[in-house]
Design a binder for this molecule. Structure first.
Ligand SMILES: [Zn+2]
Length: 254
């Protein structure tokens, strides 16, 4: 390429005259120049038109700083990722542990509450149970009294045999008081209701509850015997029932 200014012959693709320094922009051949691949080994850019190599200072600088910068950036990235990974791991670990702890605490609290409720229920039951048992004991005293009266009734029969019949009638009425039998029956009905209220007892009271029901049955049988006229046979049966009743009262108090 000939310079328009000084006529110096420059190589094809030159951008400036190497003699006078004028630019070749706009001149024929100038636009055909395109730079080739960067040759790393020679630190040059190949010129496909001349097959010459042009030293590219900018590319060289870019390459070096780029490489150094790349290493530095990669190191920063690796450290950052490592820290992020560690933080993520520990935060997940901590979250899981915290959640687990909360769940355990909630379960423990629920269990404690349940235990407290059961204990309160048991205490409530114990109290009602005590009331019912003392009711049975009172009824037992009434039964004893009435059975003793029947003993005196037999004595009255003996008086009758002696011809003291009329005189002894008043004594019979007084001995076997009808009102006693009536109150026994009422007490029995009250106890029936109370035992019904105590149905579904806690485990510790299940056996005692069965005894309670037996007591109630025995008592009803005794009351039935008292309500009718008592023969000597019935009296024997009554005595047996009273012994059973007393035994049940003792068992239920254990
Ligand atoms: Zn020139």
């Amino acid at each position: 390429m000939e310079c328009r200014n000084c006529r110096y012959e420059n190589p094809v693709g030159s951008r400036f005259c190497s003699q006078c320094g004028k630019p070749f922009a706009g001149m024929e051949g100038y636009d055909k120049v395109s730079l080739g691949e960067y040759d790393e080994a020679n630190d040059m850019i190949a010129n496909p038109l001349t097959e010459d190599y042009i030293y590219d200072r900018d590319a060289s600088l870019k390459k070096k700083s780029g490489r150094q910068g790349g290493i530095f950036l990669r190191l920063v990235l690796i450290v950052f990722l490592a820290v992020a990974a560690i933080l993520a791991f520990y935060s997940v670990d901590l979250a899981v542990a915290t959640n687990q702890k909360r769940t355990e605490e909630a379960v423990m609290l629920a269990n404690q509450k349940k235990e407290a409720e059961e204990l309160a229920k048991l205490e409530n039951y114990r109290e009602k149970y005590g009331t019912v048992v003392s009711g049975f004991e009172e009824q037992g005293a009434l039964i004893d009294e009435s059975v003793a009266s029947i003993g005196k009734l037999n004595l009255n029969s003996f008086f009758k045999g002696l011809g003291l019949g009329t005189a002894a009638d008043g004594l019979v009425d007084r001995l076997l008081d009808v009102s006693t039998v009536k109150s026994m029956r009422e007490n029995s009905q009250t106890l029936d209701v109370l035992v019904g209220e105590l149905a579904n007892p806690p485990k510790t009271f299940e056996g005692k509850y069965e005894l309670m029901e037996k007591l109630l049955e025995t008592e009803k049988e005794i009351v039935t015997y008292f309500e009718n006229s008592v023969t000597s046979e019935e009296r024997e049966k009554l005595e047996e029932l009273r012994v059973e009743y007393t035994k049940l009262i003792t068992d239920i108090n254990r």
